[in-house]
Design a protein around this ligand. Structure first.
Ligand SMILES: Nc1ncnc2c1ncn2[C@@H]1O[C@H](COP(=O)(O)OP(=O)(O)OP(=O)(O)O)[C@@H](O)[C@H]1O
Ligand SMILES: [Mg+2]
Length: 386
């Protein structure tokens, strides 16, 4: 028989909080997620009271484990700062690292009342690279755009928010694991001058990804806030496809400076791109523009151009949506080969035509980040007004 939430709540109703209130009555519990005999939930408590809650967390975990049919239980304590406490966001105190992150890390709540979108210390601007549809080249574009921004003299970080199918380990040929600082915070991995973090560094490729909404949120929140990003001018976030939990979490948890939407030119992709634009607009994240990827095909042997997916759809869509058009990237064997073996074109063929295309896109993105001011190599430092 499958374990139910009601059984979990019944077990928790025997566990008292530090003040004697039984857990279900404390209003600290997150959604309880039950999946295949695994139970996850978090308890959000006052940061000052974390110590006294730790034994409660442990007792709650044991009580849930004792329910027949429960194979594992993970209860996370999430410490919440008092409203008005500056700079940092809510801090999960029970840091689930490495494989534990895949098993179900702490859940940080985003209560509407304290949805103040605190910044990431040291990071000036966070931009998301997204699309409604999968496989249109978001990750490839994100990596080369990040490198293009690097070439403009910026200090750039990359966060792989695609926790279902992380791509950055492959696209940047990163096999090593990140080091921890002080046992709790992770150090991003440096590749081609970019500071990179991906859930793919922490889990095996074969690990099944049974993420549920709250887990998605907390994994991303942890990667944003429990990583020593250092000083960054721009953080480029490679988003998973779609307009679901991960996108909304980003929009709620991080003050996104804006989103770059990637689309291929065909109608079906454009419908999804439109959804992506609409979603970011709905959560008040400016759309920095649309990139048309796999825009046209230039035959490497005869030079003939073929508009495989039809051409110019994304430009027209950008006009229709009133958002900037950032550029066209051709469908080219070199981009695919280089990308898939961890040698992105902007880093490894900096003088090639493709690198120039991505750098031009980076300039346009930078212009948008700076509020439309002319951007150039001469003065690349971004000044973001508070
Ligand atoms: N302009 C391009 N020319 C040739 N191949 C490309 C181009 N852009 C992307 N690709 C290839 O297309 C495939 C999908 O690209 P990518 O992984 O970047 O897409 P994605 O939108 O991030 O996918 P997902 O939705 O799965 O995250 C990869 O093999 C990549 O190398
Ligand atoms: Mg991707």
């Amino acid at each position: 028989m499958a374990v139910t939430k009601e059984q979990v709540l019944a077990a928790l109703s025997k566990v008292p909080a530090p003040d004697g209130t039984l857990l279900p009555a404390t209003r600290t519990l997150s959604d309880i997620v039950v999946a295949d005999g695994k139970v996850f939930f978090s308890m959000t408590v006052d940061a000052a009271a974390v110590k006294s809650w730790e034994p409660v967390r442990k007792t709650a975990e044991d009580a849930v484990r004792a329910i027949p049919g429960v194979q594992s239980a993970l209860v996370a304590l999430t410490a919440e700062r008092a409203a008005g406490a500056a700079a940092r966001g809510p801090q999960p105190s029970h840091v689930a690292q490495n494989r534990a992150a895949a098993a179900g890390p702490a859940h940080t709540h985003a209560h509407p009342a304290d949805n103040v979108q605190p910044g990431i210390p040291g990071v000036d601007a966070v931009i998301a690279v997204a699309s409604g549809k999968g496989g249109v080249g978001k990750s490839t574009t994100a990596v080369n755009l990040a490198l293009g921004l690097r070439d403009l003299g910026l200090k750039v970080g990359m966060l792989d928010a695609d926790i279902y199918g992380p791509s950055l380990p492959k696209l940047l040929a990163i096999k090593e694991k990140p080091q921890t600082i002080g046992g709790t915070r992770l150090k991003p991995i440096d590749r081609y001058g970019l500071s990179v973090m991906s859930i793919g560094f922490l889990i095996d490729e074969e690990t099944p990804m049974i993420w549920r909404g709250p887990m998605v949120m907390s994994a991303i929140t942890q990667m944003l806030r429990e990583v020593e990003w250092g000083k960054l001018d721009v953080m480029v976030v490679d988003m998973p496809p779609g307009t679901g939990d991960a996108q909304l979490t980003m929009a709620q948890q991080v003050p996104l400076k804006g989103a770059v939407i990637v689309s291929t030119p065909q109608d079906l992709a454009l419908i999804d791109a439109r959804r992506g634009v609409a979603m970011f607009k709905r959560v008040n994240v400016p759309v920095l523009g649309i990139v048309e990827n796999m825009s046209y095909f230039l035959c490497p042997s005869c030079g003939t151009r073929s508009d495989i997916f039809g051409y110019g759809g994304a430009r027209k869509e950008a006009e229709r949506q009133g958002v900037p058009f950032l550029g066209e990237v051709p469908l080219h064997m070199t981009i695919r080969e280089k990308s898939d073996c961890g040698m992105p074109v902007v880093a490894t063929e900096p003088d090639g035509v493709h690198a120039k295309i991505y750098r031009d896109i980076a300039v346009k993105v930078l212009e948008q980040i700076r509020g439309g001011a002319a951007a150039g190599r001469a003065a690349p430092k971004i000044v973001i007004e508070a």
